[in-house]
Design a protein around this ligand. Structure first.
Ligand code: FES
Length: 145
């Protein structure tokens, strides 16, 4: 091994020592974790009014029906009336859906589950969904902060 080969090996070895820890760090950063910032749900400046007698919202007229409107998932719970929550999973923002069999909200991305109060039932999400107030007058639902 001449002097030139020795210098090349030293330089390559030093480069490998610098890059390998960087690669390991990158793998650790790819683990699931809450997004930053965590999706907080839409802000309603003016009340959101929905006429459930219209075809577009007719699914909400029946117990177990649900629909996402303007980033808010509205659920007809039957005996307990209606609930409205942010439809964005607090883990990484995927839209949740209502499962009438288990009576909860589920995220298809990584399996988080939320109760109808917004509480986390199962992670990886760790933050509750934002909830909204719902009132009903005739066929009109009013959703507000
Ligand atoms: S985005 Fe990951 S569990 Fe919902």
């Amino acid at each position: 091994m001449d002097r030139r080969q020795l210098i090349q090996r030293v330089v390559m070895g030093t480069t490998a020592l610098v890059l390998v820890p960087g690669l390991i760090t990158s793998c650790e950063k790819s683990e699931y974790r809450p997004t930053d910032p965590i999706p907080k749900g839409p802000v309603i400046k003016n009340d959101l009014k929905i006429d459930i007698s219209q075809n577009e919202y007719a699914v909400l007229a029946s117990a177990g029906g649900s629909k996402v409107v303007s980033g808010i998932i509205i659920v007809n719970t039957g005996t307990n009336g209606f609930v409205a929550l942010s439809a964005s999973c607090t883990h990484q923002g995927t839209q949740v859906s209502y499962n009438s069999n288990s009576n909860n909200l589920q995220c298809p991305s990584h399996g988080s589950v939320f109760s109808l109060t917004g509480a986390v039932v199962e992670g990886p999400a760790v933050v509750a969904l934002k909830t909204y107030t719902v009132s009903k007058s005739g066929n009109i639902l009013t959703i507000s902060e």
